[in-house]
Design a protein around this ligand. Structure first.
Ligand SMILES: Cc1cc2nc3c(=O)[nH]c(=O)nc-3n(C[C@H](O)[C@H](O)[C@H](O)COP(=O)(O)OP(=O)(O)OC[C@H]3O[C@@H](n4cnc5c(N)ncnc54)[C@H](O)[C@@H]3O)c2cc1C
Length: 489
């Protein structure tokens, strides 16, 4: 067991809290076991069911408070320093809130185990200005919640009822304030921003992950924790952890020397909101609809996706096609840069020392002559990991392919950059014959394995189809569907 210098201070519902529990302790275990706040339910403990959903309020770099839903089963307490943790108990008022009342009115609760998670997620959806106040927004809010007995019809009806009741009362610029005015959130929410500002540590004060005494084995680098807690959930509360999210706030991505550079801790959700990223990847929000769920994307970092080394990591596949590079720094302060396509040495084997942290990710900026597409096929359309995914970036000038970068996931031990197929296309006319030639080369670059997600033959078929789909989607004005698919039938 590692001991820690100082306590973790945050606001839990309406109470200021200070605790000495190890920083890697799960927020779920902390509220249930230490504080007996048992409204937050422990379900799958893998981020899938949403029964443990909480809302976390955090000040941004400008000192403005933003609330996002998170699964407390994958959230380390150490990260709550200076933040506002809201559990279902913190949403209670003398009468039922409009969300709670809507769940009652529509029969949205049966055994009740999932109900607190749904209420918290729906409330988070109302608090988040980016979510539209309509059916789409209501569904987005509960995208990370599973109900196994009530069925979704009545829960969706509850979401719609509450939006109908509140939409005209909510101001885009101040959802939280107007929810308080509308009696949908307790009054204490009004004072939280000021209370959090007063709690912020002096710049330069040590992070809460600093261990006391001798080092005990390698430190575990935790970013969003969404892979780590699923894999090593029992061990991390007692481990010596480095909480990357407790370091200085994440700055917005920037253009530097012709490259789009961003902090590796950026979450999938933040990535898809950033104007510079959206200028290059306008379809990123649509890609995100196929990646995890809202409460998971508010935690999952891009650096974590890369360093977890999963062959089907969605963002890694996209970044391979974008020619991404990683900047790593070691505990000795030394920095080095590695192209992402040289980062994987074998299954979950990385070109990285255990103490090295991926600090920054960058990719070359590009203009409209380059087009990007990302595709994913999974067993379920939503909330599932990929069977096969693929991405491509192709530059075409005067009818000729002048640069091509193709990537595949789920067909090898690592995420795969198709170097031969990419090279094959360069200098070729953009037509069906070149694409068929490229795909033939690509099919020689990997040998998939059969597993629970599909047979090797099925994966080969998916890979071929996804590579074709890129060209169909990206160049509809040049490539006829018939020419692309007919020879393959
Ligand atoms: C319910 C659920 C759904 C999911 N759905 C998807 C999905 O649809 N698509 C998908 O691709 N993934 C999915 N994932 C997997 C996971 O969310 C992603 O891989 C995520 O990007 C991991 O990021 P993280 O910040 O949580 O990583 P962590 O769990 O914090 O870390 C993962 C690994 O990377 C290391 N690490 C993290 N950041 C750094 C860094 N900056 N430098 C060095 N090492 C680092 C850690 O030490 C650890 O070994 C899902 C996970 C869950 C639980």
């Amino acid at each position: 067991m590692v001991n820690f210098h100082h306590s973790i201070q945050f606001i839990l519902n309406n109470e200021a809290v200070s605790t000495d529990v190890p920083p890697g302790t799960l927020a779920l275990d902390y509220v249930r076991q230490q504080l007996q706040l048992n409204g937050t339910k422990s379900g799958c403990k893998e981020g899938d069911c949403g029964a443990c959903t909480v809302i976390v309020g955090q000040l941004d770099a400008a000192g403005k408070l933003r609330y996002l839903p998170m699964t407390s089963c994958l959230l380390p307490v150490g990260e709550l320093q200076g933040k506002h943790l809201v559990t279902i108990e913190g949403l209670n008022m003398p009468a039922l809130s409009p969300v709670q009342q809507a769940m009652v009115d529509t029969g949205g609760s049966q055994c009740g185990y999932c109900t607190p998670g749904f209420v918290v997620a729906m409330t988070a959806g109302l608090m988040e200005p980016k979510l539209p106040l309509n059916a789409k927004g209501a569904l987005h809010a509960i995208s990370g919640n599973l109900c196994r007995c009530t069925g979704y019809r009545s829960i969706k009806a509850a979401g719609l009822q509450v939006i109908e009741e509140l939409a005209h009362k909510l101001q885009a610029g101040d959802r939280v304030g107007s929810l308080v005015e509308a009696g949908a959130l307790p009054d204490y929410f009004k004072g939280i921003e000021t209370r959090l500002q007063a709690m912020q540590p002096d710049p330069g004060s040590p992070a809460v992950d600093t261990p006391k005494g001798e080092k005990q084995g390698p430190r575990v680098i935790i970013s969003g924790g969404t892979d780590l807690y699923v894999q090593r959930g029992d061990e991390l509360p007692h481990a010596d952890v480095v909480l990357l999210n407790n370091r200085p706030p994440i700055e917005a991505p920037e253009l530097r020397q012709g490259r789009v550079c961003f902090d590796a801790r950026m979450t999938f959700e933040a990535f898809a909101e950033d104007p510079l990223i959206l200028r290059h990847l306008p379809d990123m929000p649509a890609y995100n609809d196929l990646i995890a769920s809202w409460p998971m994307r508010t935690r999952s970092s891009i650096g974590g996706n890369i360093c977890n080394g999963s062959p089907i990591a969605d963002m890694t596949c996209l970044l391979l096609a974008l020619e991404a590079e990683l900047t790593l720094s070691g505990s000795d302060g030394r920095q080095r840069t590695v192209p992402l396509r040289e980062f994987y040495l074998g299954y979950k084997q990385l070109n990285k020392k255990p103490d090295e942290i991926v600090e920054e990710i960058s990719f070359p900026a590009f203009d409209a002559s380059s087009r990007v597409n990302w595709e994913k096929v999974s067993k379920r359309a939503w909330l599932d990991i990929a069977t096969v995914n693929s991405a491509c970036k192709v530059r075409v000038e005067a009818g000729l392919v002048t640069a091509a970068h193709l990537a595949l996931g789920g067909v090898a031990a690592t995420p795969l950059y198709l170097s031969q197929a990419s090279r094959y296309l360069e200098g070729k006319p953009l037509d069906a014959a070149s694409i068929h030639g490229c795909i033939e080369v690509a099919m020689g670059e990997f040998t998939p394995m059969s597993d629970v997600r599909g047979s090797a033959d099925y994966k080969r078929l998916l890979a071929r189809q996804l590579l074709l789909v890129h060209f169909e989607k990206l160049f509809p004005e040049t490539i006829e569907q018939e020419d692309l698919y007919a020879p393959l039938r």
